[in-house]
Write a protein that binds this ligand. Structure first.
Ligand code: AP5
Length: 227
């Protein structure tokens, strides 16, 4: 059966970092709703400008927009054999849509939550830099590129995201608490979600995720730290 691997976690937990690796390992596309919305925000249309305003403020874009985005993206041919969701779902309504889509597409959902303490998140987010061309993710504190501000992989410039300033980060963490924490509680109650300690080194987190994907859903709390 095809798989939908869903990466859940607070802003900065490491969803993108791990999704990129999973995508390379399994050959599934990484579907980052944050990246798709950032692209849409560049359009000089009313919708583009609305998304830009909402993203800069660190709030959530509406469920209606997300529904269209996710339906359109997951119906592309490259998603046929499975895909990795990075940043979706974030609300109960988005989770319902995902269950519906999975049934429609005949896909099995694997829910993985990367758990990282609140204290670590601010440093991760304000220190993050991303390659403008290939999207490789760095951190000036924990994983700087070999040459300052230049991507190790393709020599592209590494840039800071406009919503990675202290004010937007606070707003994003608040949005997570208000809108996504109830979703996490719902998945925890359902017993469907696997939790991974996101404070281990990146390679270890990745190996743990691979193990739980391979072993299936028996491992609900592998290497988990407290919130
Ligand atoms: P989005 O782009 O999804 O941002 P986010 O959820 O805030 O998550 P991030 O991308 O900031 O963090 P991440 O968990 O991917 O961490 P990363 O791997 O980069 O969304 C942006 C905005 O778009 C939202 O605010 C909202 O407006 C909108 N949006 C998106 N999806 C939406 C939806 N479904 N509904 C409504 N609105 C939506 O890692 C962070 C840093 O930590 C990096 O520097 C990395 O190098 C470092 N790091 C990672 N792992 C480790 C580790 N194990 N040890 C040490 N450092 C690590």
């Amino acid at each position: 059966m095809q798989k939908i691997i869903v990466m859940l976690g607070a802003p900065g937990a490491g969803k993108g970092t791990q999704s990129r690796r999973l995508s390379e390992r399994f050959g599934y596309p990484q579907i980052s709703t944050g990246d798709i919305l950032r692209e849409m925000a560049k359009a000089p249309t009313a919708l583009g400008q609305e998304i830009k305003t909402v993203q800069s403020a660190g709030k959530l874009v509406s469920d209606d927009v997300l529904a269209e985005v996710i339906r359109a993206r997951t119906s592309q041919p490259d998603s046929k054999n499975g895909y990795i969701l990075d940043g979706f779902p974030r609300t109960l309504s988005q989770a319902k849509l995902l269950d519906h889509l999975a049934r429609e597409q005949g896909n099995d959902i694997i829910l993985v939550r990367v758990v990282t303490s609140h204290d670590a998140l601010m440093k991760r987010l304000t220190g993050r830099r991303t390659c403008a061309t290939c999207g490789e993710i760095y951190n000036i504190y924990s994983r700087p590129p070999k040459v300052d501000a230049i991507c190790d992989r393709d020599g592209g410039p590494t840039l800071q995201r406009s919503d990675d300033n202290a004010e937007s980060v606070e707003a994003r963490l608040k949005a997570y608490e208000e809108s996504t924490a109830p979703l996490i509680a719902h998945y925890t109650k359902s017993g469907r979600m696997i939790e991974i300690d996101g404070e281990r080194p990146v390679d270890e987190v990745f190996e743990t995720i691979l193990k739980v994907i391979e072993r299936g859903r028996d491992n609900k709390k592998i290497g988990r730290t407290e919130d």
